[in-house]
Ligand binder design. Structure first.
Ligand code: SAM
Ligand code: SF4
Length: 347
């Protein structure tokens, strides 16, 4: 009888020492981008993210402190991470967000600090954030219509968010992007209004697929709109769109000829870009996630609070990334404790 010879899984410890200090995985990917959720709480209640009453927010003591976050940033820098993104929850309601941006920006080897925010408080804090070293901001905005803004976020605030976008564009931020979760029957009729925002400003408007990350599964209500269909719709409405350059996880990037900004479509659910992934995620409660879709987490918080050394923490980070599943589909099948909301992961 012929026995099947299966390749022996390689243990992280067998290869990691020879690969120096970088965060790498078994599939040749290199991770140089750390996304940190600094909190879970938020001043909005987007229907695809949280229920009206919020989620079962963890007590503050279970979340990382600003000092712990900066310790992880420093360790990550030693492992080849060059780009940091602060997200949440809503990072601008964190009391120490400016200090964290400043500390991360002055961490040796860190090259750029970015922020993902709902934009409500951005106008007020933009200048201080820029001074602290922030160089990129992604503002999440799903509609340009006042009533729809209330429908999707369950709060008022569109004027503040738009003021935040204008302020971001008036300061010398090298990167200003809008994150638009694209939803059938909600904002699909606004596609051209969003594209027009790229006419006079070097703004990147990113249409993002809805993902199944809310416990209430709003996403099952027929709003999902696939990336390929979004691209088709964009091309139908703007036949002159031409391809443009984007980041590793921006697949379809276009520009209307003569416009200053760009438009991108992100296959966040279709997961066609996992092969290019360069991201490490840190949840607000200090768990490293090696994939957005993986619920197998590694608690850096517990290690820090148990007195582990930087080297021990670095080793756990390397092992965690080494074990990253091939793609988001494999990750989703991998089990683990499911998170209640994207606000705990940071997007
Ligand atoms: N509060 C900030 C904000 O909204 O930008 C940062 C945290 S939020 C969780 C990060 C990103 O995740 C936002 O752009 C948001 O639109 C996106 N997001 C949240 N839930 C989502 C879902 N179910 N599907 C797709 N994107 C989602
Ligand atoms: Fe808040 Fe962002 Fe979630 Fe909306 S998507 S509820 S702004 S954390």
């Amino acid at each position: 009888m012929k026995t099947e010879v299966r390749p022996r899984p390689i243990a992280a410890a067998e290869v990691l020492p020879e690969n120096g200090d970088r965060l790498i995985d078994q599939f040749g990917r290199v991770f140089d981008y750390l996304r940190v959720a600094v909190n879970e709480k938020c001043n909005l209640r987007c229907i695809y993210c949280m229920p009206e009453e919020g989620i079962d927010f963890r007590p503050e003591a279970k979340l990382l402190t600003a000092d712990e976050i900066i310790r992880i940033v420093t360790i990550a820098a030693g492992l080849g991470v060059r780009k940091i993104r602060f997200t949440g929850g809503e990072p601008l309601i964190h009391r120490q967000i400016i200090e964290m941006v400043s500390a991360a920006a002055s961490t040796p080897d860190i090259e750029s600090i970015h922020l993902t925010t709902n934009g409500v408080l951005f106008e007020k804090k933009a200048e201080a954030l820029f001074e602290a070293g922030l160089r990129g901001v992604n503002i999440s905005l799903d509609t340009l219509d006042h009533q729809k803004f209330i429908d999707i976020t369950r709060r008022k605030g569109l004027d503040q968010v738009l003021a935040g976008v204008r302020t971001a564009l008036s300061l010398p931020f090298p990167s200003v992007k809008l994150n638009v979760v694209f939803m059938r029957g909600f904002n699909d009729a606004e596609i051209s209004d969003f594209v027009e925002l790229t006419k006079e400003s070097p703004l990147v408007v990113r249409f993002i697929e809805l993902m199944p990350f809310d416990a209430h599964q709003i996403w099952k209500t027929g709003k999902f709109y696939g990336a390929d269909r979004i691209v088709e719709e964009l091309k139908r409405l703007h036949p002159d769109l031409e391809p443009a350059d984007g980041t590793a996880t921006e697949h379809h990037v276009f520009r209307v000829p003569g416009y200053k900004g760009k438009v991108a479509v992100i296959p966040a659910f279709s997961r066609t870009l996992c092969g290019n992934c360069n991201r490490v995620r840190l949840t607000a409660d200090g768990k490293l996630r090696n994939c957005l879709y993986s619920d197998n987490e590694f608690s850096l918080r517990d290690m820090m609070r148990n007195g582990s050394s930087d080297e021990e923490i670095a080793n756990l980070m390397r092992e965690a990334m080494w074990l990253k599943p091939r793609d988001g589909w494999e990750a989703q099948r991998g089990g683990g404790q499911r998170r209640e909301s994207m606000t705990q992961i940071g997007g």
